[in-house]
Design a protein around this ligand. Structure first.
Ligand SMILES: NC(=O)c1ccc[n+]([C@@H]2O[C@H](COP(=O)([O-])OP(=O)(O)OC[C@H]3O[C@@H](n4cnc5c(N)ncnc54)[C@H](OP(=O)(O)O)[C@@H]3O)[C@@H](O)[C@H]2O)c1
Length: 356
């Protein structure tokens, strides 16, 4: 009996002193075209004990996003560096009064299950700063990576601040069934636009028109965007939210009307190719000049001062039934690379998220 009690007590002591183990995915092999599962390596590490100001966060949901493909191209990266990315996490230990235990945060903490961080450490200029999630009431916390987070704000600010659509105008969005694109189309519909989405499958086209209220959708993989767009927008296009770049975008831009506006959000059609080997596309400058178009690129970080207003607005729209959210959830941290590759190949409807 004495022995058993001692054993239990010593086990508890060892457990209490055990340092937190973390799993992380590192960038192990330079991407060549579409990333492969073997380009990533799963590693374990022992986390340090917390110092004053530190917190220990446990990932609940992690995001896979197109910009991660730029790792090693635009974003500086050496082999062995932890993959970057955002996560919704729970604070499980804290020595920082601003981040109490059990708080749920958004953090640009990378592809890691557990992280010790200090909020005073400066993040790289491209990261979204860490913050405690505002209340989502009974909505899923994973939306902090999608509709109620970075992609939601990208859709909202890119559309409303840059394009400024007006009722009755024709708006085209590419990457229309993805995290950003599906929201752009829904918000533009709520603003009274005629909305045309461009995406990569018939199933996605049906989802956009039947479930999300888009007026039309074009499958760029088996339809001529040029011909079908002329049919759906015979008077031309007023607004273009560009998620993909390349020939699809040249085609849309060359069908725009006088004083059209274009928000350049991303160019995923080039992401799997190295700098300098990007696809060539039809010239747009004659149309830009003669139709007097306005074209502006943006990074959502520009709107940081309005970040929480953006989230609150999206939540209001959800609560009022004017905005639908959709996530494609992959289970298991070990499946991060596959979820990332699937998203780049268009297997996601709405936001691609990994649940730990
Ligand atoms: N500027 C910013 O601050 C900012 C912030 C967030 C995102 N972005 C950009 O916004 C775009 C959308 O991001 P997201 O997070 O919403 O991703 P997403 O649309 O949820 O996922 C990417 C989608 O891209 C499509 N795609 C893949 N290869 C393509 C190709 N060659 N041509 C056309 N479409 C292709 C796929 O859908 P299909 O089935 O339709 O092919 C895939 O589902 C990306 O370009 C991203 O870099 C920019």
């Amino acid at each position: 009996m004495k022995f058993t009690l001692l054993t239990i007590l010593s086990c508890c002591f060892v457990f209490a002193c055990a340092k937190q183990q973390a799993k992380k995915f590192v960038y192990a092999k330079k991407f060549d075209g579409l990333p492969k599962v073997s380009d990533f390596q799963l590693e374990e590490e022992t986390l340090p004990e917390l110092k004053d100001g530190d917190v220990l966060a446990e990932a609940l949901f992690l995001s896979v996003d197109p910009y991660m493909r730029s790792f090693g191209e635009f974003l500086p990266a050496g082999m062995g560096i932890t993959m970057p990315g955002g996560q919704v996490a729970k604070i499980i230990e804290s020595k920082n009064a601003d981040y109490p235990k059990d708080a749920i945060i958004y953090g640009s903490l990378g592809w890691r299950t557990h992280t010790v961080f200090n909020r005073n450490v400066t993040q790289d200029p491209y990261s979204i700063p860490t913050y405690i999630l505002p209340s989502f009431a009974d909505l899923p916390r994973s939306l902090g990576l999608g509709t109620l987070g970075m992609p939601g704000n990208t859709a909202q600010f890119g559309l409303l601040e840059i394009i400024q659509p007006k009722a009755g105008e024709v708006l085209v969005v590419s990457g229309a069934a993805g995290a950003v694109g599906n929201l752009v189309g829904q918000i533009a519909k709520a603003k009274g636009c005629k909305v045309i989405g461009i995406t990569g499958s018939d199933e996605k086209c049906k989802w956009l028109t039947n479930d999300l209220g888009f007026d039309h959708a074009i499958n760029y993989k088996n339809e001529s965007v040029n011909d079908v767009l002329k049919k759906y927008a015979p008077q031309g296009v007023d607004c273009y939210f560009d998620n993909v770049g390349g020939e699809i975008s040249s085609t849309v831009i060359n069908q725009m009307r006088d004083f059209g506006r274009i928000a350049v959000c991303g160019s995923i059609s080039s992401y799997n190719l190295p700098f300098g080997q990007w696809p060539q596309a039809t010239i747009i400058q004659p149309t830009v000049v003669f139709k007097q178009l306005k074209m502006e690129g943006f990074l959502v970080q520009r709107y940081w001062s309005k970040w929480f207003d953006g989230i609150a607005q999206s939540k209001r729209w959800i609560d009022e039934g004017r905005l639908k959210y959709h996530e494609t959830i992959t289970e298991g941290f070990e499946n991060m690379p596959q979820a990332f590759i699937d998203m780049l190949q268009g297997k996601n409807f709405g936001k691609a998220v990994v649940k730990v």
